[in-house]
Design a protein around this ligand. Structure first.
Ligand code: 5GP
Ligand code: ZN
Length: 117
């Protein structure tokens, strides 16, 4: 499923809905979360419409690695790498997933609790 109609993040990728982009290449975009829960809160998404991390296939592994690499690079740029940061995929309602297009949260700039709430 390359693009899903009425998917918010497909529309952000296509620039049909504006977002504060911090990185873009052919298959991956990163942008500021609209409701940040940490001083650094960036979402990294692929172009391809994958509903969740649970739907990932083996051939998509390089794309997943690239998403993480992009998140790591943004963490470096924001200088949150030394104090630490969190990379999160929420899957399903109990984990709090609200947008069903794969996205990696980069959270940093404050101490975070473990276990998560
Ligand atoms: P989830 O809860 O699915 O793991 O994460 C979805 C994230 O998308 C939330 O943190 C939410 O604030 C963010 N979000 C929802 N709608 C928009 C939007 O229109 N623009 C941006 N930039 N972020 C959004
Ligand atoms: Zn989508």
């Amino acid at each position: 499923m390359p693009v899903a109609e009425d998917c918010l993040f497909c529309k952000i990728f296509a620039r049909e809905i504006p977002a504060k982009e911090v990185f873009r290449e052919d298959d991956i975009v990163a942008f500021e979360d609209i409701r940040p829960v940490a001083p650094t809160h960036v979402l990294v998404i692929p172009k391809v419409h994958i509903p969740s991390i649970h739907d990932l296939t083996r051939d998509q592994a390089p794309m997943l690695a690239r998403m993480m690499e992009v998140a790591n690079r943004i963490a470096d740029e924001r200088k949150v790498d030394r104090d630490g940061y969190r990379l999160v995929f929420n899957k399903g309602p109990q984990a709090g997933q609200s947008v069903y297009h794969l996205h990696l949260h980069l959270l940093g700039g404050r101490a975070m609790a473990w276990p998560p709430g």
